[in-house]
Write a protein that binds this ligand. Sequence first.
Ligand code: FPP
Length: 242
Amino acid sequence: MAPRDTTNLFPLHVAIIMDGNGRWAVNRGWPRLAGHRRGAERVREIVQACPRLGITHLTIYAFSTENWKRSTEEVLGLMSLFRRYIQREADRLRAEGVRLRFIGDRTRLEPRLQRLMSGIEKLTEGNDRLHLTVAINYGGRNEITRAVRRVARAVARGDLRPEEVDEEVLAGRLDTHDLPDPDLVIRTSGETRVSNYLLWQAAYAEFEFTPTHWPDFTSDELGEILDRFARRERRFGAVAAP
Ligand code: FPP
C-alpha cells in the first residue's frame, strides 16, 4: 500500500483492542491458542506498517486484568507467546527504531517475563520512530486505582496538598504518564465495548469498530480506517469551526 500523506496527522496515537483470536481459531476447528499465535503475527505486520501510515504511537491490548479467568492452558499459552515475542523481536524492533513499553500491573506476572519486559524497555529506550506500548495485565480501573494510591501516599507524606490534586497530577501517576492520549481506538471482531481499556486516556478519542477478527486484520484495513479518521471533525467539547 502507498505511503500516506502524513503532513497534518502528527503525532497520531492509535490504540487497538485485538479481539477475535479465539473465534477465528474455533471457526476453523483449531485450538484458541492457534488464533493467538496468528494474532501475534498480525502484531508484527501492523507494527511494521505504522510508520508508513503516519502512526507515531501504537498501544495494543494483549492481556486484561480480567483475562486471568480463562483456562490455565490459555493463560500460560499467552504468557509464553509474550515471552517469545519479546525474545524474537528484540533485535528487529531496535533496528526498526521502535521503542517498546508496557503498561499494566506487572507484579502478578512471572519474574522471568518481568525481566524480559524491563530488558527490552531499556534496550529500545533511545528509539522514537514508533512508540509501541503493550498492555499486559492491564485494566483501566486498576490503573486509575494504583495512580490514586500513589497520590494518596504523596499526600500522606506531606509532599502534596489535597487541593493540589488535579487532572494533571493524576495523569502524571498513570502508567501512561509519558505518552500522549490516544486519538483513535480500534476494536476488531464486531464487539462494541470498551472493556476497561484506557478509560482515562480515551476521554476524547474517536472509536472505530470492525467485524474483522484480529488475525485477519491487515495494514490495508488499518489504512482505510485512518482515511475515515482523517475526515472526522474532532471538537474536544468545543463547537464546530464556522
Ligand atoms: C482477544 O481475543 C485477544 C487476547 C485476549 C489476546 C491478544 C493477544 C495477542 C494478539 C497475542 C500476541 C500479542 C503480543 C503482544 C505478541 P479473544 O481470545 O478474546 O477472542 P474471542 O473473543 O474470539 O474469544
